[in-house]
Design a binder for this molecule. Structure first.
Ligand code: ADP
Ligand code: MG
Length: 308
């Protein structure tokens, strides 16, 4: 199977998003954006052994490659539309490709995204890059820079689950909920859109709450104070870890792809059943402080950084 058969067999599908004038097969895709909307474009790479263990199920790799991008689109409040895929891999293994494209299209169809092009190359290691574009009403994108002193700091879902999954990998008895939270993260796309107009700033949690909230606060030239007693921790993580371990997972663990956002008090849109938790408040003084039972708690955590 050469490169072109491979593309045709695994990646050319009827497009599930409007606005695709020319999709896979030409030198470039031709897309027709909705009039008066702005484009939001994001890209994320997953490298074997850096972002996922080499033995990860290919379907999960495909799903995750799309989900991590959807999460960035969600954090901007945009509607996902079109994506391209750059795939590098050591062999054209048809069972791996079938599973990979299955997972990729699961995520794409779940969120109404069309695969409109890509690139396929040989490499010693599997590297998957997805670039995704979405649309938003003019001037309405939610930025990291809009948080104001007095705003409440919120987090969607539960945090620390994906870090717990990575921690227990290789373990015999892995909790299925925890594992799925890492392998198939739920991008909060719908709620991100609902936050347009009410969130003052937002970021998705990919590197850990402290690291990502820190970026939001810095971009907004404000500080924050969070209450560690309020962190949303899932029941499986609560039952498996001590309270201080739970806080460590929630504060420093990445890969949850929940949203962290700020909003003026009493402006929260309906979350349609999604758990949304107030964890703190935006302050004028720069820096992030953590409190527990009213006392300041020291912490040290820059989150995950490449090349460090
Ligand atoms: P070119 O040589 O013009 O860069 P390619 O021969 O690499 O184009 O690709 C042929 C067509 O297949 C293009 O439309 C490209 O966007 C698409 N394509 C290549 N690889 C992938 C992939 N992994 N997934 C989806 N589309 C792909
Ligand atoms: Mg070409």
């Amino acid at each position: 199977m050469d490169e072109f058969e491979l593309i045709q067999r695994y990646f050319e599908r009827a497009n599930s998003s409007a606005g695709v004038i020319v999709g896979i097969g030409d030198d470039g895709a031709v897309l027709s954006p909705t009039p008066n909307k702005e484009l939001v474009t994001v890209i994320d790479t997953l490298v074997e052994e850096v972002h996922f263990p080499g033995n990860t199920n290919a379907g999960d790799v495909g799903y995750r490659a799309v989900a991590v991008n959807l999460s960035d689109i969600a954090a901007m409040g945009a509607t996902p539309r079109w994506m391209t895929l750059a795939l590098s891999m050591p062999a054209s293994d048809s069972s791996w490709l079938a599973a990979f494209s299955g997972g990729l299209f699961d995520a794409a169809s779940e969120y109404g995204v069309a695969l409109v092009g890509g690139d396929t190359t040989f490499a010693r290691q599997t590297v998957v890059t997805v670039a995704l574009s979405g649309e938003i009403e003019r001037g309405r994108a939610i930025l990291r820079s809009g948080a104001k002193p007095g705003d409440t700091i919120f987090v969607t879902g539960t945090i620390g689950d994906a870090a717990a999954a990575l921690e227990t990998s290789g373990d015999q008895e892995v909790d299925e909920f925890i594992l799925q939270r890492y392998l198939r993260p739920s991008a909060r796309v719908q709620y991100g859109q609902a936050l347009v107009g009410s969130a003052s700033a937002a970021i998705d949690i990919s590197d850990g709450l402290l690291a990502d909230l820190g970026k939001l606060l810095t971009a907004s030239h404000v500080g924050g104070e969070i209450d560690l007693g309020c962190l949303p921790i899932s029941a499986p993580v609560q039952s498996r870890y001590s309270e201080s371990q739970q806080r460590g997972l929630a504060l420093s663990g990445g890969d949850d792809y929940e949203l962290c956002f700020t909003a003026a008090p009493n402006t929260l849109p309906d979350s349609d059943g999604l758990q949304v938790t107030a964890i703190g408040v935006v302050t004028q003084t720069p820096g992030l402080t953590a409190k527990l039972g009213g006392e300041n708690v020291p912490y040290a955590d820059p989150g995950y950084r490449h090349f460090q």
